[in-house]
Each structure stands twice: as structure tokens, then as C-alpha cells.
Design a protein around this ligand. Structure first.
Ligand code: SF4
Length: 347
């Protein structure tokens, strides 16, 4: 069976021709899959009936199943646990902002990067996701969208769920091109953010694509000694090499690099850490996103006190660093990345 989700326009046109159809049928299929987002061939009413019957025999449209959904009653943020066709589970999150709806997707099943504060890496990496499975996360959320809501449009995509996107480079690139395609999801590259733990080779490779997507780098510490204890990848990707490459990325794309900084009580949230961070980023086209830690049961870390968060932000701001504090997703949902998947695995 041919999986249609994840095929781009050229692939759908070729498949149509291979099956004796004119190539414009590929365009029609593309629109049904990614613009109208139907999940059965019977709904594709402008395709010849006989070909629809043939497609039922030869092709499939796979959406992941929503196995759990947690909604934050304050702001409508919805966290999904999705089951793939092979039984693996991943997470995706729908975030509601004034500027539009954003979906945070996973790029791998599990993760091998070993960040010490993260639930997604506890069971290691199972496998990479295909571009099809990344796209299907958006489709599953569209399908699950409450019917009473008028504005059903995903305008922003963030690759910040389970996994390290740059470790799954080729499929991530295919996904980015598909989700940007104007005849389908039509999401501007400027509305896409790719988050990495800081793989220097991957950032360099991404820069060569010349796509104006925002790069977000998980920093979480202002010096190598501390960062290496929180993120093992820092040993091979130290800050003195990472920050210049990020600066280069910012200059070549014209996009400000975002540095994610999870604030952990008495680990990386002291006044001296804030000063050191300001020095590290001085002169960079950068924005710092401070994230109060979402505690993970298996990890012995606590979130910073609200006073420490405010102080940290003020020190950066006073030193001319652009900084915001990310709103908390709250305790109503298993907010930390990988936490919902973990809690399900333990049942
Ligand atoms: S924070 Fe991201 S890169 Fe680090 S272990 Fe978790 S999923 Fe992987």
C-alpha cells in the first residue's frame, strides 16, 4: 500500500501518471490531502469514481490516533498523545496565541540526547519519524479541533516536541517543504521554528538551505562546565564554537536566534548565571526565552522561585538582552516534553 500522507506534489503527480491518470490529478489529490484535509477517498469528489476505487486498493491515508488529550482550561493549550500505526506514541501540542495557533510537533520517537531535565530521553531513542508522520500530527489536530470554533487555522509550527530534529535531518527538511507548500498548509517559513540542543554540524547544514526559519537553541547554562552537566552534547558542541555558529545563522538568515533557558532552582538561576549569560550573548542577534522548569518525576530538579525568575529576567534586560518569560503550561496538563508519553507508559 502506498502511504499518501507525506508525498509531495511531484510524487503525487508521478503516482497519478503511473496509474494512467493525467498529472493534474496529482494536484487535486494534493489539495484533498493537505488543504481540504480529508481522510477518505470517497470525499475526493472531483476524482473519477473508478480511480477512487482503485486508490482504495492501492493507497492509504494514515492519521495517528488521539489516545489522550489534556486541555489547559485557562488558555486552551491542548497536549495530545498520538499513537502511530506501529503502536509507538508521540506528543504534539496546540498552543493558542493572539497572533495565531501554533503546533509543537515531535520529530523522533524518544530521544538519545540525554538532557538531564527531560522526560523524553529517559527511554532512549526508538526511531526517527518520517515526514509523513510529522505532517500527520498537524492533520490529527485539525481533525480533533472543536467543531464550534470558527478560526481553525494552524499558522505557526514549532519543532520542539520529542526528539532532536537535526538528528533526523532529511525527513525534517522534507516536512518543512511540505508544510510550507502554498497549495497545502501554506505555512510561511518565517512562522516555523526549529529547536535544537545545539548540534553545530546540523546548524551549519541548515544554514546552507537558506530558509528563513527561526533557530531556537536549548542553552540552559551560561558556561561549558554547567552546560555539560545538564546536556551531555555540550562536550562535543561547546559554547565557544556553538555561539559563533548561531551568530552566523542569525546573520545569514536575518532571523534572530532564540535561546531557550530552562530555569532550575539553585542550579542555573543565580545572579552570576544571569550576568554570565548576558556577557555570552552580548552583541548577538539573539532573544532569550526563559522557561520555568516543568518538574519531571524521575529527575531531582525543582523550578526556580518566581523572585529568581524575575531577577534573572531583569538582569538580562538591564544589559540590553531581549528576553521574555514563557507562559507556563500549567499543572493541569503534563507540561514537560515527553511527560504525557511517560505517564502513559507507566500505566
Ligand atoms: S530536551 Fe530535546 S534534545 Fe534534550 S533530551 Fe529532551 S527531547 Fe532530546
Amino acid at each position: 500500500m502506498i502511504e499518501l500522507i507525506g508525498m509531495d506534489l511531484a510524487e503525487l503527480e508521478k503516482m497519478s501518471k503511473d496509474q494512467g491518470q493525467p498529472s493534474f490529478r496529482g494536484k487535486q489529490l494534493f489539495s484533498w490531502l493537505y488543504d481540504k484535509r480529508v481522510s477518505s477517498f470517497d470525499e475526493m469528489t472531483n476524482l473519477p469514481k473508478r480511480w477512487r476505487e482503485e486508490l482504495k486498493e492501492k493507497a492509504k491515508i494514515s492519521y495517528p490516533q488521539v489516545v489522550d488529550r489534556q486541555v489547559n482550561s485557562m488558555d486552551g493549550t491542548t497536549k495530545y498523545l498520538l499513537e502511530l500505526t506501529d503502536g509507538n506514541t508521540i506528543e504534539a501540542v496546540l498552543l493558542r496565541y493572539r497572533h495565531g495557533n501554533s503546533v509543537c510537533i515531535s520529530t523522533q520517537v524518544g530521544c538519545q540526547m540525554g538532557c538531564r531535565f527531560c522526560a523524553s530521553t529517559i527511554g532512549g531513542l526508538q526511531r526517527n519519524l518520517t515526514a509523513s508522520e510529522m505532517l500527520a500530527q498537524l492533520l490529527a489536530i485539525y481533525r480533533d479541533w472543536p467543531t464550534e470554533e470558527e478560526e481553525k487555522r494552524i499558522s505557526h509550527v514549532v519543532l520542539m516536541g520529542i526528539g532532536e530534529p537535526l538528528e533526523n535531518y532529511e525527513e525534517v527538511m522534507k516536512f518543512l517543504r511540505l508544510v510550507h507548500e502554498p497549495a497545502g498548509f501554506n505555512i510561511s517559513y518565517r512562522n516555523i521554528t526549529l529547536s535544537t540542543s545545539g548540534l553545530i554540524w546540523g546548524i551549519r547544514k541548515l544554514m546552507k538551505e537558506e530558509l528563513p526559519i527561526t533557530l531556537a537553541v536549548s542553552l540552559h547554562a551560561p558556561n561549558d562546565a554547567l552546560r555539560s552537566t545538564l546536556m551531555p552534547i555540550n562536550k562535543k558542541n561547546p559554547l565557544k564554537q556553538l555561539i559563533p555558529v548561531c551568530n552566523e545563522y542569525g546573520e545569514s538568515t536575518g532571523r534572530r536566534v532564540t535561546y531557550e533557558y530552562i530555569l532550575i532552582d539553585r542550579v542555573n538561576d543565580r545572579v552570576e548565571h544571569a550576568r554570565e549569560l548576558a556577557n555570552l550573548l552580548r552583541g548577538s542577534l539573539a532573544h532569550v526565552n526563559l522557561i520555568p522548569l516543568n518538574p519531571v518525576e524521575e529527575r531531582d530538579f525543582n523550578p526556580s522561585k518566581p523572585e529568581a525568575v524575575t531577577k534573572f529576567r531583569d538582569i538580562l534586560s538591564e544589559r540590553g538582552i531581549s528576553v521574555t518569560v514563557r507562559r507556563e503550561l500549567g499543572k493541569e496538563i503534563d507540561a514537560a516534553c515527553g511527560q504525557l508519553r511517560r505517564s502513559r507508559e507507566k500505566l
